[in-house]
Structures are given as structure tokens and as C-alpha cells.
Design a protein around this ligand. Structure first.
Ligand SMILES: [Zn+2]
Length: 285
């Protein structure tokens, strides 16, 4: 099981949503508008402790050097979910749901059995991946994702922007989710995101080196992002769909691809989704 969203991981994540709904109905619904209400909804089951994110903002360790966790035993009998409070609220929501995912997998016999089916190392990895897949599917329900993709004519920048506008998920969460369902090899970039640019390819997160899959798209991203007139438009609109259809582009290795691009104003700044899909000429005509 190498892929983070192998079918068995996705299956576990969907079962986790069912288990959560059986205990407290409406998780997906409240997370469309205010995921922080999860803390109230589950207050009899778990003690949720919010901790400010560590100095380096990496999200791996809190200021006291302790990672975000789900501790199963505490004094008052409730497990403690230790959740980082990030500057970007969408990251806090994801962290909260990820930790709730651990709690569900450790307290529901059916979910726990799926963990036991993995060998020791893979079991931990499986549990973590299922928590991520669960958080992603609560914030971006399958039905919403398929509806938006259909309305936007496929996995493209407009679908990505529309999902970001209609959910509490972060743009990187949207990118990771969509890249998994791209029908061809490709890449999704979020420009202007946390730490500059976030990129994910259909093969996962390759490091940036001259001959990696990521590098094939990189030059094209900079070609477009260096165009000042694009930014001029982007700064004047709440949302700016650059290409009415997909644009044909040649990648660094000469291979054909198509690209879509969509700017969106987020808190006074703009962010941009770029979606590349290999092997197809543009359909814009
Ligand atoms: Zn975890």
C-alpha cells in the first residue's frame, strides 16, 4: 500500500464518517460552515485541547515540543484530543478532524479490525492515512466533489476554486483531494499559498529537482506568474478565471499538456490554482 489514498484507506475513511454519524449525526453538515462546533458536539466523548502551533509553524510539534495527539487515557475518563490552533483556520479544522479520526478508529470495533489487518509498521501508517482521508472527506464530501467536477467540466482550476469557495477546506486540502481523481498524470499548484507555493502531482509529492515530474511543469508556472497583466486583473476581481477552457501548453520535455488557471481573492490577497493534465491538447478551440 504505497499510495496515500489506496482504496482500503478511502473505504476506512467512509466507514469512519458512518460511525461518527451513528454517534452524533450531522458531522459533515456542521463542517460545511463551522467545523469548530465539532468540539461541542463531541464534548461528552472527548476532551479537546487546543494548543497554539509551534514556533516554526511546521505543525509537527507544539511550543512545548509535544506533537498533536489523541491520548486514550486521562484523569476524567475522556480521551484527550490535542489539536494545534494554526493561523490558517482551515488547517486547524483539518487537525481537529484528523485527531477525531484517531479516536473513532480506536473506539469502534469494526474500524479497529481494519487496523489489525495491517502489519505493525503499515498499521500505524494506515491509521494516519485514514485520519487524513477522513478529515478530507468530512470537509469535502464525495457528493460535493463529484457535483462540482461535473459542473466545472472536469478536474480543473475552476473546480478547485469552486470547492475552496464552497467548503471550509484549505486550498492545499482541495489540491490533494482533486489530484487523486485526475484521469491522467498531472499536477495541481496553489500559488500564493502558505510558504509561497504548494504543489502536488498525481504521483504524490516529488522533491523539486531538475528531472522530477514536478520540474516538467515548473517553467510553465513561472511563465504565467511572471505576466504582470494577469496580476493586474487578479487584484481587481474577487475571482478571475483566466482560461475559459483549458489552454494547450508544452511542458519542458516537449510533451503536450493542458492547463487551467483561476485566481481568487482570499483575505485581501489573491491565490491562484493551476491545474496541469498530461497528454491532451487544449479544448478551448
Ligand atoms: Zn495522526
Amino acid at each position: 500500500m504505497d499510495h496515500p489514498n489506496a482504496p482500503e484507506v478511502v473505504k476506512q475513511a467512509r466507514r469512519m464518517i458512518d460511525v461518527a454519524d451513528a454517534r452524533h449525526p450531522g458531522l459533515v453538515e456542521i463542517c460545511r460552515t463551522n467545523p469548530m462546533r465539532v468540539a461541542d458536539m463531541w464534548r461528552d466523548d472527548v476532551l479537546i485541547e487546543f494548543v497554539d502551533d509551534g514556533v516554526n509553524g511546521s505543525g509537527r510539534l507544539g511550543p512545548d515540543g509535544v506533537p498533536a495527539t489523541c491520548h486514550m487515557e486521562t484523569g476524567d475518563g475522556r480521551p484527550v484530543l490535542r489539536v494545534f490552533r494554526y493561523r490558517a483556520k482551515s488547517r486547524t479544522y483539518f487537525s481537529l478532524l484528523h485527531e477525531l479520526g484517531h479516536y473513532l478508529q480506536r473506539t469502534d470495533p469494526g474500524l479497529a479490525v481494519a487496523l489489525l489487518g495491517q502489519d505493525a509498521e503499515a498499521g500505524i501508517d494506515f491509521e494516519e492515512r485514514a485520519c487524513d482521508a477522513f478529515a478530507s472527506r468530512v470537509l469535502l464530501p464525495d457528493a460535493l466533489v463529484s457535483d462540482v467536477i461535473e459542473r466545472c467540466g472536469g478536474v480543473n482550476a475552476y473546480a478547485a476554486c469552486t470547492l475552496a469557495e464552497n467548503s471550509m477546506a484549505s486550498r492545499s486540502c482541495v489540491a490533494k483531494r482533486l489530484v487523486d481523481i485526475m484521469p491522467n498524470p498531472g499536477m495541481i499548484a496553489v500559488y500564493g499559498a502558505w510558504k509561497g507555493m504548494f504543489c502536488v502531482t498525481t504521483g504524490g509529492f516529488p522533491p523539486y529537482e531538475p528531472e522530477t515530474p514536478l520540474a516538467r511543469y515548473y517553467d510553465r508556472i513561472h511563465d504565467y506568474m511572471d505576466q504582470r497583466y494577469l496580476l493586474w486583473h487578479a487584484r481587481r476581481a474577487e475571482r478571475f478565471d483566466l482560461t475559459p477552457g483549458d489552454l494547450p501548453v508544452d511542458l519542458r520535455d516537449g510533451a503536450p499538456a493542458r492547463m487551467s488557471m483561476c485566481f481568487q481573492r482570499v483575505g485581501g490577497r489573491y491565490q491562484c490554482f493551476m491545474v496541469f493534465e498530461d497528454g491532451l491538447r487544449g479544448t478551448a478551440g
